[in-house]
Design a protein around this ligand. Structure first.
Ligand SMILES: *Cc1c(COP(=O)(O)O)cnc(C)c1O
Length: 474
């Protein structure tokens, strides 16, 4: 027993290992508790090994440097859970990958407001209490023509809040063709139930006429609702009632009209060759009372649910108790204001908002990028994989512009010594992780969603994944 105790004395103390240079340097970037845990974990392992097999002392490296080096590996493998991912899928608004990347101005605004105090709810003119949403209301009204505007946590929240504020315990008339599920469990009938409203479906899946709304309205009707069908379209023999017609009918009956636009484009993007989507300003001009849309879809800003429309309706919405429960935080407001400011100048919006910039990249430019990348990869990967540029169209994603194919190109990688699933697995475990699409046995890299820095990383990431012997799972 004493012998064993003596053997264990060969292990250095935790403090001495912590002071060793490779670990001491990490104190800048990792919490001290994590470093401590790493050292204790490694020393614990060695201790167990010695107790299990006392002779192992001869072959184990018990030096401070060796233990510190192992602890460094352990600590480095404990990266933050939420981190950057390289999106090579070409899908611009990939909900699983965080939707819209922010503009550099939006990021700077988040930083400035986040690292200090701010006038979030403080009126600098008068020194009195200010309003949290004053920072975005004026610019939203200016960009859309609306009388009033506010923002909550996300668009699902915006729809829920607006329904609860305008139609609680009363009927909301919706076309059957618009009772959609948008993904992530956002179903209009469920949201309506959660808002305490009674759903009154009208029309059929493919056709709804104004007379259907007319027949449904009664003394308990509170609201006429239109919903953008986002990621789904009914094609062929169809009919729907436009927002304008619905507004005209609503006025006759003194009923407000609400439209959930989903993606909500601020600007008309048809000049980039995209189909003309109804913009928020179109809905405002049609006279819709309440319009809801997302901050992190085609708008290209932070997650948020924007609500614009008539002052009367917005007053009810803003004063509803749910508004407080769903309120947007200061970092969202900072990023949103900076993003909206880009739209004051269409050229600036296109240049600075990443989603718009990527959306507008012409196919020829993507082809040139692919050919350049193909050359670099072919050289770097040598005989590890076959590399080829192929035509590839991608999607906007996030339920926006569902029928739009963004024509472009991708570099297709056919690994020589492993399956394409293995390659994909290894790339996902890389640093940074890389996500792409697999198609017909090849791994596709679509440069539409890559910035220049990320593009430059690809040869190294691919080479290291293709050379790895076994997938290194953590
Ligand atoms: C995306 C979408 C939503 C949900 O918006 P979030 O910002 O994701 O909460 C609601 N309605 C429509 C029509 C949508 O397209």
């Amino acid at each position: 027993m004493n012998d064993l105790q003596n053997l264990l004395r060969n292990l250095p103390s935790v403090d001495r290992v912590l002071g060793a240079p490779p670990l001491a340097e990490l104190i800048e970037t990792y919490p001290r508790a994590l470093l401590l845990e790493g050292v204790q974990a490694r020393i614990g392992e060695l201790r167990r090994e010695i107790l299990r097999d006392p002779k192992s002392v001869q072959r184990l490296d018990l030096s401070i440097d060796a233990i510190a080096a192992d602890a460094v590996l352990w600590v480095r493998s404990r990266r933050p859970s939420l981190r950057k991912v390289v999106n090579a899928t070409g899908t611009l608004l990939h909900t699983n990958l965080g939707r819209a990347p922010l503009s550099r101005f939006a990021l700077a605004a988040v930083r400035e407001v986040g690292e200090s105090y701010s006038n979030l709810e403080f009126d600098l003119e008068t020194g009195a209490r200010g309003h949290r949403y004053s920072h975005i209301e004026e610019i939203l009204c200016r960009l859309t023509g609306a009388e009033a505007a506010t923002v909550v946590n996300n668009n699902a929240g915006a729809v829920l809040l607006s329904l609860a504020a305008l139609a609680r315990d009363r009927e909301v008339v919706v076309s059957r063709g618009e009772l959609v599920e948008i993904g992530g469990a956002f179903r209009i009938p469920d949201v309506m139930a959660a808002g305490g409203c009674l759903l009154r479906e009208v029309g059929t899946t493919n056709k709804t006429h104004l007379r259907d709304y007319e027949q449904a309205v009664n003394e308990n009707t509170a609201l006429l609702l239109k919903v953008h069908t986002s990621n789904y379209r009914i094609v062929g023999f169809t009919a729907e009632v436009s927002a304008g017609e619905l507004v005209k009918f609503g006025r006759q009956k003194s009923l407000p009209v609400m439209e959930d636009l989903g993606s909500g484009m601020i600007s008309d993007l048809s000049s980039f060759g995209l189909p003309r989507e109804p913009t928020v300003a179109d809905a405002v001009a049609a006279g819709v009372d309440v319009i809801t849309f997302s901050g992190d879809k085609l708008l290209g800003g932070p997650q948020g649910g924007l609500i614009v429309g008539k002052k009367r309706a917005l007053d009810s919405i803003r004063s509803h108790p749910l508004a407080r429960a769903l309120r947007a935080d200061k970092m969202t407001l900072a990023a949103l204001e900076a993003t909206l400011r880009h739209y004051l100048d269409a050229d600036e919006a296109l240049r600075e908002i990443p989603v718009l910039r990527m959306l507008a990249i012409p196919a020829e430019k993507l082809e040139r990028k692919c050919r350049r990348l193909e050359k670099k990869l072919a050289k770097e990967l040598d005989d590890l994989a076959a590399v080829e540029t192929i035509p590839e169209s991608s999607r906007v994603g996030g339920g926006a512009l569902p029928l739009t194919e963004l024509t472009g190109y991708a570099v297709a990688i056919a690994p020589g010594r492993m399956s394409v699933d293995d390659l994909s697995d290894r790339l996902r475990h890389g640093d940074p992780p890389l996500v792409g699409r697999i198609h017909e046995g090849r791994f596709l890299l679509n440069p539409r969603t890559l910035n220049q820095d990320e593009e430059n990383l690809l040869p190294t990431l691919l080479a290291s994944a293709l050379r790895t012997e076994t997938p290194h799972h953590e």
